[in-house]
Design a protein around this ligand. Sequence first.
Ligand code: DX5
Ligand code: ZN
Length: 234
Amino acid sequence: MRGLTVKMAPSILSADFWRLGEEVEQVERGGAHLLHVDVMDGRFVPNISVGIPVVESLKAHASLPLDVHLMIVEPERYVGAFARAGADIITFQVEATSHPYRVLQMIKEEGKKGGIVLNPSTPLDVLDYILGDVDMVLLMSVDPGFGGQRFIPAVMEKISQLRREAPSLDIEVDGGVRLANVQGVVKAGANVIVAGSAIFDSLDPCETTKEMVRLAQKAWGEGDLPGGVKDLLR
Ligand code: DX5
Ligand code: ZN
């Protein structure tokens, strides 16, 4: 796990969209590392969320990199538009396309980072011949479509297995992560942590983000080490 650091990625799906700017500023002040933007089409998932104009506005005003999670059928039709709207990382569901390799190439041609998302019941072996081409793998820990669902416990073992296979890969986990289980998720091997309702439904999203980051870094082993020592270990 050399060189990897923990990154907290609050999901704006659970934010109050009337006050989106303020909500984003709160998690930025809380030390978030990425903004997770959930794009849903009402086809791949039974819900519809936000799209290209929201990514453009976030890009214009937010200082954090945008981690755009596409839960849409045929992502190849839209990755270019999301890249041009300002996404920094684009992840797409492997179940939603017949051509994941091509989609990754399209993302890279736009100069962006690309990652593959696996639903909880999708086996890791879909990654067998493509792992070398991804910048990140996102393991869903709920079936996608809604915030506020419960973490599916079987995914813990899946995270550990992928970490054993890919020690230096960014592994993101999304769904049902909260203060009570974030350390377990990190100890299993995830280093990019999405949390929506746990942050934005809390009384103080800034403080909750800080606490999530603190707990996650402690579980990863960053929290206990002074900066200089950390650098020596890289
Ligand atoms: C679910 C989305 C998630 C969601 C997570 O389909 O991909 O990013 O916002 O929400 P919580 O953290 O509330 O489970
Ligand atoms: Zn997501």
